[in-house]
Ligand binder design. Structure first.
Ligand code: ADP
Ligand code: MG
Length: 392
């Protein structure tokens, strides 16, 4: 795009200039070429006798992006993931990491640059927790002191205090603890790319939701480019920048959670989310998406001092929130039982007395004062809008 514009401008003005000066003015393609995607997959297929596990899959992933491979059991997620680091060789197609075909890199070198959390956790049973975490750094020849320091820091960050856990063996840990060790092991050499196959698969739903929240907040993972496999729709929507929904080894649709939910490419995609549609809409739509559908009276021009004054008077009722909150989060605030003290409980006994104040970080932006009924009405309008805008 930028290239085309530059050339266009130049073409208009360089008539009459010498060929040499035109040559000098022509930008070198390399100087403006964007960096290659961190992961580029083209027409990737894996055939087993009588069975196509993965068929013609293509996608690109930018630095720092999280792609979730979602789909029912047996649809080819693990096979696709393992072709990214050559644990499985494709039948046809190519995978490039930072512009270099993985086929040209030694598998063991490749795998050290890519952290991998396997579906069955796969800790080495006769190694302690610390030894398991240190496997890759040892292969890379890091010093014992550096490995010990890194292991200790990672275990602490993953809520496995080293004094208690470093010398334990995998069989002494719960499923959740083992999965944290698996994650620590994949992170140990600080690889820029992480591949995770059902990293929370062995956990019950409650533990799972908790670990997922920690996972999202983990500083270690912020800047990483990740491909994460799951069959859990909620998990996909919570963790993905983009989702690739697979069936029968083919990508049915790849896009943001918003796109898959509100602009399904086919009946498979629509049906896949049907059972959890409302819950996913609550998570996917933000307060920002609702603002155009709130009644004008909810827009308030409270001055800052007045606003602060109001918070002082009734802190437990009027909750300031960002427009980036999901509708789900807003609902949780509006309907949360007031645990603290009896007086506050009295004040909010009538749920309709509770408001959100939607506040932009920009001082001059309008504020919105929204109660539950207005929120739900705007939510209904926003869903209708998202669905019809895409159709037209
Ligand atoms: P998922 O991870 O989505 O559950 P997999 O990628 O493990 O699915 O498997 C995709 C399909 O390929 C399945 O039908 C599976 O039975 C088949 N498959 C996987 N590995 C092999 C193999 N080594 N030989 C033959 N078929 C295989
Ligand atoms: Mg699998």
């Amino acid at each position: 795009m930028r290239h085309a514009t530059l050339c266009g401008t130049r073409n208009d003005s360089h008539a009459g200039r010498s060929a040499a000066s035109r040559y000098l003015l022509t930008p070198l393609p390399l100087s403006i070429a964007p960096a290659p995607p961190v992961i580029r997959v083209r027409d990737l297929s894996k055939h087993y006798p009588g069975h196509m596990a993965v068929q013609d899959v293509s996608f690109e992933l930018a630095a720092g992006e999280t792609l979730v491979l979602l789909g029912p059991s047996g649809c080819g997620k693990t096979t696709l993931l393992k072709m990214l680091n050559r644990l499985i060789e494709p039948t046809t197609g190519t995978v490039e990491i930072n512009g270099v075909a993985v086929g040209q890199q030694r598998p063991e070198v490749l795998r050290r640059g890519i952290g991998y959390v396997i579906q069955q956790v796969g800790l080495l049973p006769h190694y302690t927790v610390a030894e398991n975490v240190g496997v890759v750094p040892r292969l890379l020849g890091h010093t014992a002191a550096a490995i010990a320091e890194r292991t200790s820091a990672l275990l602490t960050r993953l809520h496995l205090p080293p004094v208690r856990f470093a010398d334990q063996y995998p069989h002494q840990l719960s499923g959740g603890q083992q999965q944290r060790v698996g994650l620590a092991r994949a992170l140990a050499a600080d690889p820029p790319i992480m591949l995770l196959d059902e990293p929370f698969g062995a956990l019950d739903p409650v533990t799972r939701a908790g670990i997922r929240r920690e996972f999202r907040e983990l500083e270690e993972l912020r800047a990483k480019t990740m491909v994460l496999v799951t069959h859990d729709v909620t998990e996909a929507f919570e963790l993905a920048d983009r989702i690739a929904l697979l069936s029968g080894g083919q990508i049915q649709q790849i896009g943001t959670p918003h796109e898959l939910l509100f602009r399904p490419a086919n009946d498979f995609v629509r049906d896949f989310f049907a059972a959890e549609r409302l819950a996913l809409q609550l998570r996917t739509l933000r307060l920002r998406d609702l603002l155009p559908f709130l009644p004008p009276s909810t827009k308030t021009a409270l001055s800052k001092s007045l606003f602060l004054g109001e918070i002082n008077i009734s802190l437990s009722i009027d909750e300031p929130v960002s427009p980036n909150y999901s509708v789900q989060e807003a609902l949780e605030i509006l309907t949360a039982p007031e645990a603290s003290d009896a007086a506050a409980a009295q004040q909010v006994a009538d749920a309709s007395a509770r408001y959100l104040i939607i506040v932009e970080s920009d001082e001059n932006a309008p504020r919105y004062r929204v109660a539950l009924p207005e929120l739900m009405a705007a939510f209904a309008h926003a869903i209708h809008h998202a669905e019809t805008v895409w159709k037209s």
